[in-house]
Write a protein that binds this ligand. Sequence first.
Ligand SMILES: [Zn+2]
Length: 358
Amino acid sequence: MYGKILVPVDGSETATTGLIEAIKLAKNQGGKLRILHIVNELILDYAFGSGMYANTVIESMRSDGQKILNAAEALARQHGLEPEGVLIESIGHHRTSEGMACRPHRHGHSRAPRHPPARARQRRRDRGARRLDARAARAPAPGQEQRLLNGDATHGGTMNEALRVRIPLAVSARHVHLSRASVDALFGTGHRLTARSMLNQPGQFASRETVNLIGPKGRLETVRIVGPERERDQIELSRSDELALGIDAPLRESGDLAGTPGVTVEGPMGRIRLDRGVICSLRHLHMSPADATVLGLKDQDRVAVAVVDTGRDVTFDDIVVRVSPNYRLELHLDTDEGNAAGLSATGAFGVLKLKLKP
Ligand SMILES: [Zn+2]
């Protein structure tokens, strides 16, 4: 009855149910199964210009799309079918009211190449499945019967439910941010912090300078200063650090210092007693506006991220989303969290699953 059966997959339960139906149909009726995954294009309706950071998400969507497709093809093969897998990128194309159909649409000057050509070629070589230009999928050829299960595969709503995105991880060891006045007091009037290494968030650096922290129960030596200087002093500790110092500091977002405890800070030129500024940093996910658009998130949203493949897989809830043009996609955990999830080193990267809380 059906010459060709077209089934879109996106890794969701609904799509998998559709795939199973399509497999049954193909077995019973002898049709040829074509499995389709579309890498979504939502980002390209927005003109945020921070192409480099936006690519983090798109790259992830591409490779995860390939995995979804591979899994669907494997399932069909288990049932004795020889499916055809098709990965379509509608990135750079606009969706039309024809549902499946994607029409190439160039925006002229706003479409600077997002990848160097060599990288793009390598990616194409790396990809196993046959890839079609979106134009090829515009309409069934005349006389071919096709059946579309699950409705519109280009629908962006599935991303909030099932999108798997690789999120770079960073474990922030204890550190301090200092005001100009505190740098003067600890290192000498007029001293400038010097960068030891740049951090992934643009403009932020780990300085060569360190301080010692002194609490009622103990000391922490050589605590790194993160520059540049800030308006206010802020000391970010893990819960274990707090216990070592004998300080009970609350979970807070950076900058939210009302009612926080203080600590004594020691530098080569003197000591200062801060009467507030110690926090246990609330875990947070930095991202650019472009990434936020792709992920359907906004500043101050809460998300959950599952750390996977570390041998100590764990899902973190209550992660605050922080969106700024100055940020790049990165989850910040403290050392306690990093250790609990099997991430040993500062700056570790991992494969994460991102999901929205209901
Ligand atoms: Zn951060």
